[in-house]
Design a binder for this molecule. Sequence first.
Ligand code: AMP
Length: 400
Amino acid sequence: MQGSFSSISFQQEKALVRVDFNVPLDAQQHITDDTRIRAALPTIQQILVQGGAVILMSHLGRPKEGPAEKFSLKHLVVHLQQLLPSSPIKFAPDCIGKEANELAATLQPGEILLLENLRFYKEEEKGDVEFAKKLAKLGTVWVNDAFGTAHRAHASTAVIAQFFPSEKRVFGLLMEAEVASASRVIHKATKPFVAIIGGAKVSDKILIIENLLERATDIIIGGGMAYTFWKAQGKMIGSSLCEEDRLELAAGLLQKAKQRGVNIHLPVDSTIADKFAADATTSNCESFDIPAGWMGLDIGQKARIDFQEVILSAQTILWNGPMGVFEMKPFQAGTLAIAKAVADATDKGAFSLVGGGDSVAAVNQFGFADRVSYVSTGGGALLEYFEGKVLPGIAAVQQS
Ligand code: AMP
């Protein structure tokens, strides 16, 4: 039977915690966004408060050929120490081997040991069993709190599970919250369930849309991908983004939605531009009648109102992907309007989950992060969850 974080007493335990500390660093190796580190703090603090010791393991970046200075986790120590001032943090310059073993063996309750980048070993991404076994020796409990890498069957995220009895492997608090909210949306959604899917490419979101066709009441499609759906119906989209090789598939999805009684909402109008640039000349027109030489870079005023109405009727909302090129000011209004509508619907009692890359950046940028039910830290992992896949990092904890 799988243990839960709250069912374990961490007193006297050495908790080997897989975190996702894959944070962006600038040229001077300073952290430019510590969201991922902060997200793991509740788990770390809880273990320490209970009298456990914490051994943190993570990857950072994509080192190709073994150890590389710029991908060293030592750059995180000072900042981590500032965030956890009352617990001494030690650093192991290798994630396995003699020194790591000794540091782990002498670690005291209330102390933290941060291991060097797991991906300095190719064995990590290969899911090597012997490497996983060496890591497992460092701790007495395995805590998986790295939702961001839950879609990878790596040594530290999944393979390691076999070296811990089921009651000694648990999700961390972040992972518990991520899995609970994603599962609430996919498996236990109160209807109406409105999914808002945006972003650049249909090809990235096909599997999600297919899975949502089995579950959602309404699917709002915005962003660059909407134009492939219009073109699939023989409409004029000017030089808007279009995936010619996905036209048939888009038409098929529309057909399937009709058969299943799922309402697909495409933006009826668009903010159009004469070039892909913040200083472009802009205008507004119907999304299915865009003149040659013009491209749709945001949903238009009518579409915003349509979409808001649908969102405000929802009891469950999933939002992934922006409605337009929100990085450029003239094409922000659509994404902003949708962020506001999701927040308003949440105020009225809907459960809203925002996740997967740019929509998270948008709710943060527009100041709505506190007014939605849950903002996911998982990009690829969340998308794969919504595609209906079994994530190795989740399965590893749950298997008996
Ligand atoms: P994704 O990573 O697929 O969620 O896509 C996010 C990107 O889609 C953002 O960088 C947006 O600028 C871009 N995007 C959104 N709407 C459009 C559009 N109408 N045309 C071109 N790119 C878009």
